[in-house]
Design a protein around this ligand. Sequence first.
Ligand code: ZN
Ligand code: ZN
Length: 134
Amino acid sequence: MEVQTCSKCGRLFNWVGIGPMLCPMCKDQEEDTFKKVKEYLWDNKGAAMAEVIEKCGATEKQIKQWLREQRIEFSKESGVTIDCERCGKPILSGKLCTECRKQMEAELKALSTGEELPVKKKIRDHDRMRFLKQ
Ligand SMILES: [Zn+2]
Ligand SMILES: [Zn+2]
């Protein structure tokens, strides 16, 4: 535990070391807003960013954060996207676009063909088996 200043209201609070720098009160408030946004998107498919901000009292920054964490997703029709962290291409949610994800996987695979510890190899074989089962 360390004492931190809440990034929203400026109150001092005991920060647990993970998550946003928000005091318990602001965190509760944020959870409330999140629930509202999620429900609103559920009921209003195709809702635009500005609409959600107005109706739910969320900020664009919060919404983009939730999109990045894949906690919410706007429909394709809404045109709301965030940038792929690798190539900057617009994506609906998460960190990477489909191509970058595929490329990352390929790179990881290439890396794992080098010399390995027996333990690592075992995990890889396990992964391969899981892959075959799919
Ligand atoms: Zn606060
Ligand atoms: Zn990309």
